[in-house]
Design a protein around this ligand. Structure first.
Ligand code: FMN
Length: 353
């Protein structure tokens, strides 16, 4: 059956001029839904409370989508929520709504990551229109990049752009570049030799013809229909990812740019900021015709993560982004807006007169 709340479709349809607050929130949540997440687990949900023509929107970490093996502390899930938060902010600004974001560390409610006050005075204008337009175009590009070099001024621009969100961004160049790739390959070898890791990855792998709204279809790693269908079984049985480690090494070395994004520590507000920085960088990159994917293996192994941090001088590295020129990739599935957003209405008790 046709889904009217499919996030790519909702974003592409745009907002009619007469759209009210609720429709604008749905459109903004559709943008948030297009954020990247480990295994496309989409660990977010949104709760909006409408009152007197304004809204409060809570960004919640969806604990039920936890990746027990690869992300037991939900560090990557919070990063993904940060990316979703940036998309949400961009879309709300694009809808002409004022937005104030409050980060919410509350030991009683660790799942509440941020609260947005929407519809008041406009503090974030649509100055980032090109980033918002890049939201539905961004996708993880796991294949080789074109051989064209990325101009150093553009790299500096991307680094500065990500730093706007208050994160560390360190380019890994020369010997450091080769060392990051080496750490990644060492980590991937170890991770794929772990049966629990393979089972979890397989559980989120999807055949190309998937009707599911999450997980990673084989086409995202360049697999054809039959291979995409066999891949989960093969991965569990053989202990190999869809691509060979040699291919990965090749691709990593041919990445014109490697950037490590990090934070002062692993507290939720710091990781949420790093996630917004990551997404700002990915969107600016896409707007500049650059494609991106991740070399995150070493971040899943505490010793190697420490080595990576020391190498690029980032206290808590959160994500390693590989960038180069590349074409658009086919979009991956997303959960619908109706599943992600709960809207409540509160009535003002002020009486007229
Ligand atoms: C924090 C984080 C970690 C990720 N780690 C990896 C990874 O190690 N390997 C990989 O191929 N993709 C990785 N991804 C990309 C996701 O698989 C991808 O975002 C998801 O499948 C949705 O696809 P899309 O990015 O094309 O929209 C990661 C994404 C995020 C946000």
């Amino acid at each position: 059956m046709h889904r009217t709340d499919e996030p790519h479709d909702v974003v592409h349809l745009g907002l009619p001029p007469e759209a009210g607050l609720e429709q604008s929130l749905e459109w903004a949540v559709a943008h948030a839904a297009l954020a990247p997440s480990e295994h496309n687990s989409q660990p977010w949900s949104f709760r909006a409370t409408l009152r007197d023509g304004a809204a409060t929107v809570d960004l919640l970490l969806d604990e039920s989508r936890r990746l027990e093996v690869v992300d037991p502390d939900q560090r990557e899930a919070v990063l993904a929520c940060g990316a979703a938060l940036l998309n949400l902010r961009l879309a709300l600004a694009g809808a002409g709504l004022g937005v104030v974001v409050v980060s919410c560390p509350d030991p009683e409610r660790p799942e509440l990551l941020a609260r947005l006050s929407v519809g008041g005075e406009t503090v974030e204008r649509d100055v980032d229109g090109p980033l918002r337009l890049a939201v539905p175009l961004r996708g993880t590009h796991r294949g080789p990049f074109e051989s064209t070099d990325v101009p150093s001024e553009l790299v500096a621009h991307l680094v500065a752009e990500a730093a706007l969100e208050g994160a560390f961004v360190a380019p890994a160049e020369g010997a450091a570049h080769a060392e990051v790739v080496r750490l990644t390959v060492a980590a991937e070898e170890s991770l794929w030799s772990d049966a629990a890791y393979r089972r979890e990855a397989a559980a989120w792998s999807r055949a190309n013809s998937t009707g599911q709204h999450d997980g990673v279809p084989g086409y995202a790693s360049g697999l054809g229909a039959v291979r995409s269908w066999l891949q989960p079984t093969l991965a569990v049985a053989t202990g190999r990812p869809a691509w060979s480690l040699e291919e990965m090494l090749e691709a990593g070395y041919h990445a014109p740019v490697l950037l490590v994004i990090g934070s002062p520590d692993d507290s939720r507000p710091a990781v949420l900021r790093a996630g917004q920085a990551m997404q700002r960088l990915l969107l600016r990159a896409r707007a500049e015709r650059l494609a991106a994917s991740y070399l995150n293996g070493s971040l899943h192994m505490p010793e190697l993560r420490k080595d990576l941090g020391a190498l690029v001088q980032v206290p808590a590295p959160q994500v390693v982004v590989r960038l180069g020129y590349g074409e658009l990739v086919r979009p991956t599935p997303r959960r619908g807006v109706a599943e992600l957003l709960v809207v409540e209405r509160e009535h003002s008790d002020r009486r007229p007169g």
